[in-house]
Write a protein that binds this ligand. Structure first.
Ligand SMILES: [Zn+2]
Length: 492
């Protein structure tokens, strides 16, 4: 199964066979959040997508070292070194230490990703924890002639680099067009070239986050941190570098340039980018008022939302689109996904109760298993995988209802396939039932009393119980084998 995985590589603009540099090890670096405000739902999509990729690589038996950084310094408001430091600005506004901002939003980020049931990365390094590695890398780039210092600030020399290398190799843009779209340097500018970017920035007296360096007191530029940390934990060359597609044009382009200038190699074999998230067809943005936070999505507390959706329903919704396609949030689409997610989960709970038959129908379960692998091997195509799992749901329900008969081996294979792909690969868990054990036991007791009343032909009592439960949003479903209960009100 391992041999058939193909991955879309942004740098070659095509799907390529996945061949790690040093199997069975896989090194994967994903650009993490800048922790100065609540994590955006669009970022959550990126991290859920890479969680799917991480999980599937583990499923294939690879030993994955997954590094996802925390940007806690150096990220200025403008991507090209303009404006204020995002942490210092927020810290000044709230009159707290910048590291208090970092701590608050790092905890929030972890909590949100925990709700989405993502696996933690193997290493989660911070920019402030790797200042010396960044300084060493900058020194090496200067030594190799691709960076220069002016008044305590060090710039990467894009013009010089472009003479020896293809600066726009990742996105294939025309350098002349890029220059034409970048503003002319004015008298205020120190840098030599319009496309040059800062590796190290001299700290103004009011700047709080500052470190000593060979060029005086300052702080690192944003792009150098990922190059330094990926180099430290994964080596000069590793297998996968990922992030949102908005990072490709500047951040990742500059990361490639820095690694080439320092280590004479493109740092990553495969570059993977996740697509954007839109709301009712429009790009999500704070200024448009259509950017909601994960928690608002869970509670429904936002003018654009008709109700809340559980984290697992949202995860399912995200996985129903391929990571390279845009994903459009709308109440109708979320509703449909929630129904699909519940349908999948109500079939999953039937798995332990499926009865074996001696005379089985001819159903090729291994063919279903193959189709699940084929879906994921085709560049992690989760929507196709979900469609295959619904074929599994159809089989489960038919066996449960006695319309289809499977033998013990078929049932074991079906169970393994459904659990492996639903729980391990898609990373879903069942949050449709009340997890409270006492509540489960009370429900079992009520169902028993009601069925006893029915058996004794005391229909007044049995109907009373059924109607009473329905009033509080619990519906009983009678089946040949047993009675189940489901919640009819999905609002949480
Ligand atoms: Zn990065």
């Amino acid at each position: 199964m391992k041999d058939s995985l193909v991955v879309y590589n942004t740098i070659s603009r095509k799907k390529e066979k996945f061949e790690p540099l040093n199997p069975p090890f896989v090194g994967m670096y994903v650009c993490g959040p800048t922790v100065y405000s609540d994590v955006h739902i669009g970022n959550c999509r990126t991290f859920v997508s890479f969680d799917l990729i991480f999980r599937y690589l583990l499923q294939l038996g690879y030993k994955v070292r997954y590094v996802r950084n925390i940007t806690d310094a150096g990220h200025l408001e403008g991507d090209r070194d303009e404006g204020d430091d995002k942490f210092s600005k927020k810290a000044r506004l709230e009159q707290v230490e910048p590291m208090e901002i970092v701590q608050r939003y790092t905890l929030d980020f972890h909590e949100v990703l925990r709700l989405f049931n993502t696996l933690p990365p193997s290493i989660e390094p911070t920019a402030t924890g790797h200042i010396s590695e960044q300084i060493s890398m900058i020194e090496e780039i200067i030594k190799n002639g691709y960076a220069y210092e002016i008044n305590g600030t060090v710039y990467f020399d894009v013009e010089k680099y472009s003479k020896d290398n293809n600066y726009t190799i990742l996105t294939n843009r025309n350098l002349e067009d890029m220059l034409a779209n970048t503003r002319e340097l004015g008298g205020q500018d120190e840098k030599r070239g319009r496309l040059d970017f800062a590796l190290w920035i001299k700290a103004k007296p009011e700047h709080i986050m500052r470190w000593p360096s060979p060029w005086g007191v300052g702080f690192p530029g944003w792009h150098i941190e990922c190059s330094a940390m990926s180099n430290k934990y994964l080596g000069a060359q590793f297998d996968i570098h990922g992030g949102g597609m908005d990072l490709a044009a500047t951040h990742h382009t500059n990361e490639i340039a820095q690694s080439q200038a320092c280590n004479s190699t493109n740092p990553s074999k495969y570059w993977m980018h996740t697509n954007m998230l839109t709301v009712n067809g429009a790009r999500m943005s704070k200024s448009a008022g259509n950017g909601f936070l994960p928690r608002e999505l869970f509670t429904g507390d936002h003018p654009l939302l008709e109700k809340g959706f559980s984290p697992m329903a949202v995860r399912f919704f995200m996985l129903q689109a391929h990571y390279r396609s845009t994903l459009d949030f709308s109440n109708a689409a979320l509703d449909a996904s929630e129904k699909g997610y519940k349908r999948l989960m109500s079939a999953m709970v039937l798995l332990p109760d499926l009865k074996e038959s001696d005379e089985a129908n001819e159903v090729d379960i291994s063919e279903l298993v193959n189709r699940c692998y084929n879906a994921m091997n085709d560049d992690f195509n989760s929507p196709v995988l979900i469609a295959e799992l619904f074929e599994g749901v159809r089989i489960i329900n038919s066996v449960y209802d006695g319309k289809l008969r499977l033998n013990g081996q078929q049932i074991a294979e079906l169970k393994r396939c459904m659990e492996q792909f639903t729980y391990e690969v898609l990373g879903l868990k069942d949050d449709t039932v009340n997890a409270d054990q006492d509540f489960e036991e009370v429900m079992d007791l009520i169902i028993e009393l009601r069925n006893e009343a029915k058996r004794n032909k005391d229909y007044v009592s049995s109907d009373k119980i059924r109607a009473g439960l329905l009033r509080i949003g619990i519906q009983l479903e009678d089946n040949k084998q047993k009675t189940r209960w489901v919640k009819t009100n999905s609002e949480k």
